[in-house]
Design a protein around this ligand. Structure first.
Ligand SMILES: Nc1ncnc2c1ncn2[C@@H]1O[C@H](COP(=O)(O)OP(=O)(O)OP(=O)(O)O)[C@@H](O)[C@H]1O
Length: 330
């Protein structure tokens, strides 16, 4: 496992990572999330001994990275897919890594095969597309058959087939009992891949929880109702002590109950429903809700291209104030 204890990094005035303590466990995929500049890459670099902490420590199986003999056999990482000697062939790049970590040459062929680069193994890495570079970086991470794997934005530059492949690879590595720690800005992808989440903002820990709990705790679930007998429906809900919020287009939003209960209630009162749909928030909505105050870099609408239409509000923005007020009031 990976253990962080009070991990801190200061660059001059900037506290990039602020007293992070958490553990990344084996057997699951742990997603590492945070807005731009939150400190994710700095944290990962310190885990790999590429940056020295100002305070605290990161331990890999109980040891600091520098104390590991043949570190690629303990932890494999993809941090920056472009960080390789472009003049070397894919095969030679991996062979150099293998030789410096006591890994047999045959393993280079195996990992090239795993990532689908066997046919271009003799080609120089500098001619590789972004997606091929990502695959080569992942091959390097897998080289030592490590129990711990760390990927910073692994789906960057990958096409849909490549994204699907890396998702399945990470899940299968975790199902083999390995520790998989992955950062990504693609929330929809993270929602499909990670079981557990660590979220940071401005260097501080904001959440360390299961995916399901994270979404549940940081977002709103409700049931949307639409009925041609809206007034009667509102009366019935009122009598039952259920609060409904009018949401435009003739729809009502109801918190604190289930679509099953509402359907049965409507049936008992012979009310016609045209819509009865449970609305569950997405990871993206939950993430934006939690990190809203720690986003450092905002785009402003008046800097948009001339004539560009403003973006439609997200569902999270759509809930806006009334939800915030309800939360404060509760
Ligand atoms: N070598 C450095 N010198 C000075 N400041 C740095 C250095 N590396 C990172 N920082 C600063 O530390 C903060 C955290 O950066 P980091 O790259 O770790 O964030 P991140 O969460 O990985 O961001 P992104 O999602 O945009 O990749 C940023 O404000 C960044 O400008």
């Amino acid at each position: 496992m990976i253990e962080l204890e009070g991990l801190t990094k200061r660059y001059g005035e900037k506290l990039a990572v602020n007293n992070l303590t958490f553990t990344v466990h084996p057997g699951i995929v742990t997603g590492f999330l945070g807005p731009n500049g939150a400190g994710k890459s700095t944290t990962m670099r310190m885990m790999l001994g590429l940056d020295n902490p100002t305070a605290g420590a990161a331990r890999i199986d109980g040891k600091r990275y520098a104390q590991l003999k043949d570190p690629l056999k303990y932890i494999g990482a993809l941090l920056d897919a472009k960080a390789m000697h472009g003049g070397r062939s894919a095969f030679n790049h991996l062979l150099c890594l293998a030789q410096s970590n006591g890994i047999p040459r045959a393993r280079v062929h195996e990992v090239l095969d795993t990532v689908g680069l066997t046919q271009v193994a003799k080609k120089k890495a500098k001619g590789f597309s972004l997606g091929m570079g990502q695959r080569l970086g992942i091959a390097g991470a897998l080289l030592g058959d490590p129990e711990i794997l760390m990927f910073d934005e692994p789906v960057n530059g990958l096409d849909p087939e490549g994204i699907h492949w890396i998702r399945n690879l990470m899940k299968s590595l975790a199902s083999q009992g390995r520790t998989v720690f992955v950062s990504s800005h693609l929330m929809s992808e993270m929602a499909l891949t990670a079981d557990h989440l660590v979220v940071i903002g401005q260097g501080r820990l904001l959440a360390d929880t299961s995916m399901a709990d994270f979404i549940h705790q940081n977002s709103r679930s409700y049931v949307r109702l639409r009925s041609p007998q809206r007034e009667r429906l509102l009366d019935v809900l009122h009598q039952e002590g259920v609060t409904a919020v009018e949401a435009g287009n003739g729809t009502l939003e109801v918190d604190g109950t289930t679509s099953e209960d509402l359907g049965e209630l409507a049936a008992r009162h012979q009310l016609v429903l045209h819509e009865l749909s449970p609305q569950r928030a997405s990871l993206e909505e939950a993430f934006m809700q939690l990190t809203a105050e720690s986003v450092e870099y905002h785009a402003h609408a008046d800097h948009a291209a001339p004539g560009a239409a403003p973006p439609p509000p997200t569902q999270a923005e759509g809930w806006g104030e009334s939800w915030q007020q309800q939360k404060k009031g509760s």
